[in-house]
Write a protein of this length. Sequence first.
Lengths: 161, 634
Amino acid sequence: MANKIMITDPEKCTGCRLCEIVCSVKHNGVSNPTLARIHVVKWDNEGFYMPMRCQQCQDAPCLAICPKGAIYRDPELDSVRIDHELCIGCKMCVQACPFGAMGWNPERGRVFKCDLCHGEPQCVRFCDMKAVDYVETTRLQTGKMREAAESYSELMRRHGK
Amino acid sequence: MALNRKIAYIDLSTGDVKIEAIPLEWRRKFIGGRGLDAYLLNKHCPPGADPLGPDNVLLISAGLLVGTMASASARTHVMAKSPLTNLLGSANMGGFFAPEMRWAGFDHLVIRGRAEKPVYLYIHNGAIELRSAENIWGSGVYDTQDLIRRELDDPETQVLCIGQAGENRVRFACVMTGRKNAAGRTGLGAVMGSKNLKAVACRGTMSIAIKFPEEALEYNKQIIDQVISTKVSQIMQRWGTGFIFGVTNTTGLVRTRNFQYNQLPNSEDIECENLDKYSIGLDGCFGCQVHCRHRYIIKEGPYAGTYAQGPEYTSQGAFGAEVGCRSMNTVLVGNHLVNDYGMDTLEVGSMMAWAMELYEKGLITDKDTDGLKLEWGSDEAVIELVKRIAFRQNIGDILAEGPLPAAKRIGPESLKYLIHVKGMSNLHSDERATPALALNIAVSSRGSDHLRGRPAIDLYNLPMKVLDKVYRNPDGYDGPLTNSYSEYEGKPRMVMWQELVYMAVDCVGICKYHTVFLSPNHPQFKEFARLIYLNTGLEFSEKDIWDVANRGYTAERLFNLREGMTRKDDWLPDRYFDEPTKLGLPVARGKCIDREKFRTMLDEYYRLHAWDANGVPTAELLERLQISDLMTAA
């Protein structure tokens, strides 16, 4: 287990925000992007879109700053999780997260973050472009290597080497 | 929940804002979006109102399923009496405005009056505020949105606005949101301009509860898979709507040099494949996996470096086929300019092509154009003309009035070259070889228009069993259908069916590419019923949705009749009947529409709608649809 990670490819993102809405319906039963655990940040004047969400940091600031030990690492998915029994709602984690990936739900009086949908992220399932993806780390590596190698090998082929 | 969104009545003259609940009865009868707008327009727009006067009402709405677990539920609808046709003004657009308006608490805005000075509306979590737009007035569509976001210090704000064309009351100015989403047709931007209303900005964080979230989520996945599994969606995902041009141009179904030819030879440069050079990626409206338009950068000339979106099929026609231009750069620049000025690309293209034919015939001279040579294929003339129309300079000022008033100013001879229905220009499509499509533009409730009832799948020559499955439901139609697009028989039913499916999709707020428009296998009445149930809990049968659509379409018809439309307005320009096509494949060459057969189609179309021989809905129909009250208003 725990050999998959979430990746983001802004070049593929069409900015449709389906990921946001699917996330909010899945976790809250409502349509409300402000409650989604993923958000597409947009530069509308340039046409650049970047989906942002929890990176499940190894040395997670949210986890480190929690005064109650309510944030912990779940070994099964190698994800950062919240124990709402222990959470006192101080929101230190919301301030500490460098990505803005820890949210605060005023209606429920709770912090929230990506839980990888227990291994089946719905944002990934619905994103046809796979601008957000959940992939095995080894495959990600070899895939990128192949991509990078392609330009070199093409050059070599062209020069008949 | 999705049913608790409000309607706001806003008087710009007094600044009064009244917020009310939307009665459940209205949902049952009209669902929302365009259908409910049609009812409200009949009720709130006084008969004979000046379209650019304070009495006209501007309706802005989000369909019932906007922002929910319904794929591509992105659509904003805008309605008013049209300054272009003096009949129904109605246009629909994608983007992100409508979902934001729902998260801000509203489904329908009814705007009347005229602000003393330029204003914009700011809608934020149930509250509506009028703010000064004096510093923004004069800005284009791109800058307007940018300035408002900066003023509100919130880049997540969604803005619907007009550009300079709307301010200058160009009678085919658009209402826009984002880089290219346009409520394009019938001149609704001019209505906003006449009200001194520059924009509506929305920001909302109010949840829309989904009735059955788990099931709605799964059903949404099913619908998405259904839509993106069709070939046409997969082509659109890659190329956008520009792919259509290759097909229609090869066959000979596009208007070239206004209406003189039906094909533009040697037009490889404006084919969609050539967009790759300029594209930085595709762009999706809210929640849509079809993402049918490009984000592109202009590479040459004074606009090099500009970021824009599109161009759609329509712009290939407007800045290509119709005016005889063959340059992708011209298509990209023209498309960018009309979007930033906020003008209907289609009407602009048609007006330019008409002007060029008049110039060729000597009905317009260099004196009228201040020396601008309106010659076919002149890239410079086309780009210059776009600007002159937006800013109403010399010949542009005449063209900005729209087809009929412009023809009146130029002279009666010019009228016979005009390709319009009810005072609104046609798309760059040539329908002389396709009677079903010709009927569609003749009877559409907003003037010559393909998005009101075009049976586009008629062009595919589909097997009869496919047509039976689509066009005989959900009311059990047992009349004729034919699967050759040269035929006249059975086509009125196809047009009428499409009118109702497009009305239904506009009531729920889903994109037309997600229904039976370019594919027979896309969602329609049955799927809409299921989507409504899972997202809101309201129960409709597919036949109920059909009835709702019929009610909405009939309400639009009643508005048009009330404003003076008659049977003779459901007709084509003479050139369709008298000038055979010159180019294209054998199936499209040497064709024109047969007057008698067309008249028979029109009679049959009225009969299918349960309208009388003059095209007036019968009292029985209105009673059955429970909208007799609209007849008394008429």
